[in-house]
Design a protein around this ligand. Sequence first.
Ligand code: SF4
Length: 369
Amino acid sequence: MGIRRLSGGPTDSGRPTDGVAGPGGAVGAGPAGLRDARGRLLRDLRLSVTDRCNFRCPYCMPAEVFGENYRFLPRKDILRFEEILRLARLFVGLGAEKLRITGGEPLVRADLPALVASLAAIPGVRDLALTTNAVLLPDQAERLAEAGLQRVTTSLDSLRPEVFARMSGGRGQPDQVLAGIAAAERAGLTPLKVNCVVQRGVNEDDLLPLARHFRGSGHILRFIEFMDVGTMNGWALDEVVPAREIVDRIDAELPLEPVDPNYAGEVARRYRYRDGSGEIGVIASVTQPFCGGCTRARLSAEGELVTCLFAKGGRDLKTPLRDGLSDETLLKIITGTWSARTDRYSEERSERTGPRKAGERIEMYRIGG
Ligand code: SF4
């Protein structure tokens, strides 16, 4: 039984203001905002507030590398809250209306509600979200919500403790993540998204149990194709479960229909259950790349502006900031870096016979997913 498209939801009107490259999407700062060399607007800023994490997910921070003696960035090298705030204000002024706090694991950074309150107060911020592995949410969800956080995205790669342990480096338990999700829901940090990285030979048999678990919950389960992020996860194409297969596996038991994106450039492809009991998403960076609509900039914990998840590196903003340079100068650096942006790694990956050589990609734990 084929999946037919429903005419639900707003569609990409093709208007340049949607953030995606439109006809005549001039490079640089314009009425709709700041465009890169492919006409893509700067709309989203991901703020990594720490390089540390309490998990050791092998596809991001393998335990054999990040052991007990691993030396994370010293505190002095990490942006202070007032520095993050100053840079965030500049990005928001350039059109970055969606802010996402990430890490490493952002909830290990002390006093995070204080930063959240300051970011939430920036005029022009339309959406303030946070990505977390959820196990520290029971202690922090209420305070984060009171500070102005709007919603969270969590991750849960399996409900089976043994598989969860394999994908988290033996840290945490599925029940702890579920408790975190419940705490976020009680605090009103919704709509809540639950990401699951799907790796063949590891957790493809968890797709349906996860779908059954979250169907009807109001939470949006999103399956992510295993990606060659960073240089340490031993990625191989044959370990990718393609989006097509993910959808077919679930549709076989829980009939789905595709839904139009909520907004142009939305990362996940949306599908809803035909019985109306909710929706899922699929993030298909490998088999259905979406670079054409990518409006995301990233600020690493040590103050680098990174223009792609798979970039080789970033542009240092911390040094000019700590050297006392003016906002005007910082803005010139930011607009210059974004305007020159041509990143389209996922498209290139699918055009090439494989990923860029290892060693030429920034590590994901430094910039968040
Ligand atoms: S590969 Fe880079 S340019 Fe493409 S969608 Fe991902 S972050 Fe954006």
